[in-house]
Design a protein around this ligand. Structure first.
Ligand code: PEP
Length: 250
């Protein structure tokens, strides 16, 4: 399956000029990005400018609202995102879940995105790892609840990003071990197979996110059974992000 590397800029950078420069710098090496999809999820306010830059980098959003239009101050609909070449959108990032996002709202957002042809990147992951392996049930519950009622044939259009909260951002304790990554990727495919069938499970991209960096990306993508990465911090550094992308190029 074609690998995918997705950057999540979060609430960065501070100006549209810096955003344009960062995107252009990542695109500088795009001739090397063969047989890999590269996506950057940017702040919505930069989309209009960034959509004008011609490159192989695909634009993504970091969140969406599930209603089509109406009195929802501050929200942006899936249809609105399509005006700016947005092809992917993160749903249920742990930072949004911490602000009140639920599996139920994630489900509605996924349905709204699929309706307009945007690929949802559903983030799941436990806050901590416990010895009795309760974290496996947490991930299972998140996936099952977020995908409830979605037509089986549409499931392969969704990306699942396994992002254990303990591995994300500046408070991360560590990234996953390659063997842990391998195990979770298989486990997630098995959950998908149970709610659909093995063929669909095989076709869905399951990726890893959490402290992916230049040091661990090659081993994780070669031996971790992952279809790609969701990268936070190191997507803000064009050189590091480029190296992470290159580790996924066959
Ligand atoms: C994230 O927040 O989705 C993430 C993966 O962050 P980082 O790469 O900085 O750990």
């Amino acid at each position: 399956m074609k690998k995918i590397v997705i950057g999540n800029w979060k609430m960065n950078p501070a100006s549209v000029k810096e955003a344009e420069a960062l995107l252009k710098n990542v695109a500088k090496n795009q001739k090397d990005y063969k047989n890999i999809d590269v996506v950057i999820c940017v702040p919505n306010i930069y989309l209009s400018n960034l959509a004008k830059i011609k490159s192989k980098i695909i634009l993504g959003a970091q969140d969406v609202f599930y209603e089509e239009s109406g009195a929802y101050t501050g929200e942006v609909s899936a249809k609105m995102l399509t005006n700016f070449k947005v092809k992917y959108c993160i749903v249920g990032h742990s930072e949004r879940r911490a602000m009140g996002e639920t599996n139920e709202t994630c489900n509605k957002k996924i349905i709204a995105l699929l309706k307009v042809g945007i690929t949802p990147i559903l983030c799941v992951g436990e806050k901590t790892r416990d010895e009795s392996h309760e974290y496996l049930n947490i991930v299972k519950k998140q996936i099952e609840s977020c995908l409830v009622g979605i037509n089986k044939n549409l499931l392969s259009k969704i990306i699942i990003a396994y992002e254990p909260v303990w591995a994300i951002g500046i408070n991360a304790t560590r990234a996953v071990e390659t063997s842990e990554c391998q195990e979770m990727m298989l486990y997630i495919k098995k959950i998908i197979a149970n709610i659909s069938n093995p063929k669909i499970a095989h076709s869905i991209r399951v990726i890893y996110g959490g402290s992916v960096n230049v040091q661990n990306s090659l081993d994780l993508i070669t031996n971790g059974n992952t279809d790609g990465f969701l990268v936070g911090r190191d997507s803000l550094n064009a050189m590091k992000f480029t190296k992470i992308i290159q580790s996924g190029v066959k």
